[in-house]
Design a protein around this ligand. Structure first.
Ligand code: PLP
Length: 528
């Protein structure tokens, strides 16, 4: 493809992408293809002679489009959003054009230096404590995903504690032996509702993992007390907690662990590296009304959030800050002669290869820079506030029908988590309709007549109804929602943080929930 063919092809591709975005809302959000749909649509191998761009492009509609789940659709209210915007796509285009795997500063100084500046801008936007800025001992780096960020800091934490235990020893076999003995004792901790990436990171880092309880009674949050208790329990068994993964905005309910109280725990156990995973909800720190959550980070060791979730930047861009960048470079810097150069040796430049797992890296700062400049702080804040407000609106609709729904969590950071009542309750529309044989756990009479059998029967019924409603909505194709189960309660999650989210879509998904719940309950009633 020469430059004039590229001009023509890229214009055609951009037109198609624009058309795709303009028609997203009217496309069924979920793909309906069956597993293995794609292979029969393609030849058995690559073509012997090259094809023209129009021939290739036409397969986007024929082959790819049917198998796409439309994450950018305003009807996508599942998981957390993976947002993408036009300025961020332009960043990707330039990044692809320049392709410069800038592992060392020298490999492309602009790639490294823009990243450092943009990460300092973001630290300011999120009101992170000064210790995370590059002018001090800390700094930020862009990782591919939150999972990569967590495994990277966990390895740094592991090596930090091992060095603290063995750093005084002379290099040699005896030291190596002692370091091995220390590593074997290590245990990483994560909250009960921390993302699974914390446990995965422990598997990769070759350490044990223990979960810190965060029950419904604590709002699904890790409390200082439960953390202390778990640390002491581990120590009493001869295993050494060295890492704790806290969460700002858990995947299940967007709960925020008890940061302020955990500051005292961090002081009492300075060998435990405390990381805050704010993959999704960290975006809210761009709003002054949420910045109180950033202050306790001064007592912790690292923090990450994903630009590619709620912050208008396409996958992949997870921003990670550490308080002591030396902890990363001490653990990850290995410099064979072919990677040495006078700039790196001078210590005056950053070589981001020492802050991450891979050697090479993409020019991801460009798309973040484009997004920040196109939207400005005002535009980003307006997007966050708008989607939070839509979440509150949706929540207000749900609580207006206590006969049908129970809110389990939220509204929090544009997320509401709900269940469908197994029998229509009368509270909203007159008399209580729940028969005594199927007690309403919120009702005084039920509480007085409480038996564990009645409770588990109620839960089983509620789960069956909620699951049926959830499955019917997703198979309807108009909306995509996700479910989660906590303490045996099957719930439906609805997230309104998509860049295309609007009130009409939230009102419509609520109407669909009501229609579906009423249909399921009526069918069950008829079947009795
Ligand atoms: N942490 C939290 C709280 C999440 O909700 C998620 C994904 O939704 C992740 C981590 C994993 O993110 P990534 O796909 O960037 O690894």
């Amino acid at each position: 493809m020469n430059s004039s063919q590229f001009r023509e092809a890229s214009h055609a591709a951009i037109e198609e992408i624009i058309q795709y975005y303009d028609t997203l809302a009217s496309r069924p959000v979920l793909s309906t293809v069956s597993p293995g749909y794609l292979r029969p649509l393609l030849p058995n191998g690559p073509p012997q002679t090259g094809e023209s761009w129009p021939a290739i492009q036409s397969d986007i509609e024929r082959v790819i489009m049917p198998g796409l789940t439309h994450w950018q659709s305003p009807n996508f209210m599942a998981f957390f959003p993976a947002s993408s915007t036009f300025p961020s796509m332009l960043g990707e285009m330039y990044s692809a054009a320049f392709t410069a795997p800038a592992f060392n500063w020298l490999c492309s100084p602009a790639v490294t230096e823009l990243e450092t500046v943009v990460l300092d801008w973001l630290a300011g936007l999120f009101a992170l404590p000064e210790c995370y800025l590059s002018k001090g001992e800390g700094g930020g780096v862009i990782q591919g995903s939150a999972s990569e960020a967590v495994v990277t800091v966990m390895v740094a934490a592991r090596e930090r504690i091992v060095q603290r235990r063995c750093g005084h020893m002379e290099d040699g076999e005896e030291k190596e032996q002692k370091m091995g003995e220390e590593r074997i004792k290590l245990v990483a901790l994560g909250g009960e509702h921390s993302h699974s990436s914390v446990q995965k990171a422990a598997n990769i880092a070759g350490v044990r993992f223990r979960s810190v309880p965060a029950p419904k009674s604590s709002g699904f949050r890790v409390t200082a007390q439960s953390l202390r208790q778990k640390i002491e329990e581990c120590k009493s068994k001869g295993i050494e907690p060295f890492f704790m993964g806290l969460t700002l905005g858990t995947t299940n309910t967007c709960a925020v662990d008890e940061f302020e109280e955990i500051v005292a725990v961090a002081k009492d156990y300075p060998d435990i590296w405390i990381h805050v995973d704010a993959a999704y909800a960290g975006a809210a720190l761009a709003l002054p009304e949420y910045q109180y959550l950033a202050a306790p980070l001064a007592a912790f060791d690292s923090f990450n959030t994903n630009m590619h979730k709620w912050l208008l930047t396409n996958f992949d861009a997870s921003v990670l800050w550490v308080k002591q960048r030396r902890s990363l470079t001490d653990a990850l810097s290995i410099t064979p002669s072919y990677l040495r150069n006078e700039f790196s040796d001078s210590g005056l430049v950053t070589d981001y290869r020492d802050w991450q797992i891979p050697l090479g890296r993409r020019f991801r700062a460009l798309k973040i820079w484009f997004v920040l400049r196109t939207y400005g702080v005002d535009g980003i804040q307006a997007h966050l506030r708008n989607t939070i407000k839509l979440g509150e609106l949706f929540h207000s609709l749900v609580v207006s029908r206590p006969d049908l729904f129970t809110v389990v969590a939220g509204p929090a950071f544009a997320l509401t988590v709900l269940t469908v009542n197994p029998e229509k309750r009368g509270a909203a529309r007159g008399a209580r309709v729940t028969p005594a044989s199927s007690p309403d756990p919120n009702h005084e009479a039920y509480l007085n007549d409480f038996t564990s059998d009645a409770e588990s029967q109620y839960l089983a019924n509620a789960n069956a109804v909620t699951k049926e409603v959830y499955e019917r909505i997703n198979s309807g194709g108009e909306f995509f929602l996700t479910s989660t189960t906590m303490e045996g309660i099957f719930t439906i999650r609805v997230v309104s943080a998509n860049p295309m989210a609007e009130e009409k879509y939230l009102r419509r998904v609520f109407d669909v929930l009501v229609e579906t719940a009423e249909g399921v309950l009526a069918a069950r009633e008829r079947g009795k």
